[in-house]
Design a protein around this ligand. Structure first.
Ligand code: FDA
Length: 392
């Protein structure tokens, strides 16, 4: 039997950060992961360049049943703290847009940095191992590949359910339930949306087309970013963002001409271009393929002069707030994150320790805290992992 101070399940972003923080404080830490390598999701993140944080990090950029919960951890470990680590390791980085920080070269730099920090902190990492038993006879006891390890602290850091083909599992959620912690029902987030029927007929031929728009669901934040048509519906950053807020059976809206007054534009064109076809007029403001599709779907008659003002107003309203009711999402296979997770009501916000089980911590995506697209999810993983590591 091996005795250590902490066992961390999951060698991803949050687990490695927890290990580094605890190891630096002299704690003996063992991290176990079933994948053959550490940080698989870090490696594929940000198109291979890892959008490792966002300078605009604030609790209101996260979804949770308790929107205030993330505040404490995000305040204790900030984007500037992670950036200091990146700079200490001389990793070249750049800011893209909207405060998103990426590696210049490769996400591999971030994984190498975390491994170097783990090594310096004396952390033991075991990859490619199967955890067959987790119990708490007194201390926590974990059996992995037949080896028994015991510790007074156990960190659940196996992430969420997105991209199961990369080995994502609900292990942390299952264990949390076994220890009596409630779980907010998980669902895919930051995920492409699918459509059916006439709407899909309209969208499918536009597959590959991208345009700037503003997506919004009800009174939730507006997302002014790109929208991409796919063969199943819609994707692109604006859609991924709104997907996390969207509720099945309901519609969200797209402003296709952000910052413009489409009703006024169409009425003015009726005067200034009376002989033009509506689809040609739409082509002044929208990509040609989309203008052709919408012109065909929304207008009858050939010339602007023949369009009743009422029809132009209705079309203008749709350009300003096109109501779209998806039939579903592309699911965990395509989702960047999992929404929901271990209920924050049972965790201490400063340490991520369970209120009812001394020594049990839950960090990263397994917690019911999910960020917007743009580096927020890694910042949550670093911050929650660091807070747990400081408390072990
Ligand atoms: P993470 O998933 O990183 O780690 C969990 C670890 O647990 C894995 O190593 C896994 O192998 C292991 N594990 C799982 N089940 C296990 C079991 N049963 N036994 C043992 N080990 C087990 N975020 C962001 O901020 N910027 C970005 O650029 C991106 N890009 C991005 C791209 C894509 C394609 C995806 C899918 C996701 C992103 N994300 C992102 C989200 C980000 O990757 C995610 O939020 C964090 O990796 C979560 O960190 P965790 O440590 O919680 O889980």
């Amino acid at each position: 039997m091996e005795h250590v101070d902490a066992i961390i399940l999951g060698a991803g972003a949050a687990g490695l950060m927890a290990a580094i923080a605890a190891g630096r404080r002299g704690r003996r830490v063992v991290v176990v992961d079933h994948a053959p390598q550490v940080g698989s999701k870090i490696l594929i993140s940000g198109g291979g360049r890892c959008n490792f944080t966002n300078t605009g990090t604030a609790a209101d950029r996260f979804l949770s049943a308790n929107p205030r919960f993330a505040r404490a951890a995000l305040h204790r470990y900030k984007p500037s703290d992670f950036l200091a680590l990146v700079e200490k390791h001389r990793i070249p980085w750049h800011e893209k847009t909207l405060g998103q920080l990426f590696c210049d070269n490769s996400a591999r730099d971030i994984v190498a940095m975390l491994l170097a920090e783990c090594q310096a902190a004396g952390v033991t990492i075991r990859t490619g191992v199967r955890v067959t038993e987790v119990s708490k006879p007194g201390r926590f006891r974990v059996v992995a590949n037949g080896r028994e390890t015991e510790a007074p602290a156990l960190v659940l850091a196996t992430g969420g359910l997105s991209i199961p083909k990369m080995g994502a599992t609900g292990f942390s959620l299952d264990l949390a339930r076994r220890f009596g912690l409630p779980v907010v029902e998980p669902r895919p987030g930051l995920v492409p949306l699918t459509f059916e029927g006439e709407m899909l007929e309209l969208m499918r031929p536009l597959s590959g087309l991208s345009l700037p728009a503003v997506a919004r669901f009800g009174k939730t934040p507006r997302f002014p970013e790109a929208v991409l048509f796919t063969h199943r519906g819609l994707s692109g950053p604006a859609i991924l963002q709104v997907s996390s807020y969207w509720q099945p059976g309901q519609a969200f809206s797209l402003d296709l001409l952000p910052g413009q007054d489409p009703v006024a534009l169409l009425l003015a064109r009726k005067q200034s271009r009376p002989r033009a076809e509506p689809r040609t007029v739409l082509g002044e403001f929208l990509p040609q393929r989309l203008a052709q599709a919408l012109g065909g779907a929304w207008f009858t008659g050939t010339e602007m002069a023949n369009q009743p003002d009422r029809a132009l107003r209705a079309a203008g309203e749709k350009l300003r707030a096109l109501p779209l009711a998806p039939s579903g999402t592309e699911g965990y296979a395509k989702a960047e994150v999992m929404l929901g997770g271990v209920d924050t009501a049972v965790l201490h916000p400063d340490t991520l320790q369970a209120r009812s089980v001394l020594g049990l911590f839950v960090v990263g995506e397994a917690v019911d805290v999910t960020g917007w697209l743009g580096g927020y999810n890694f910042q949550w993983a670093w911050a929650s992992g660091w807070c747990a590591g400081e408390a072990i």
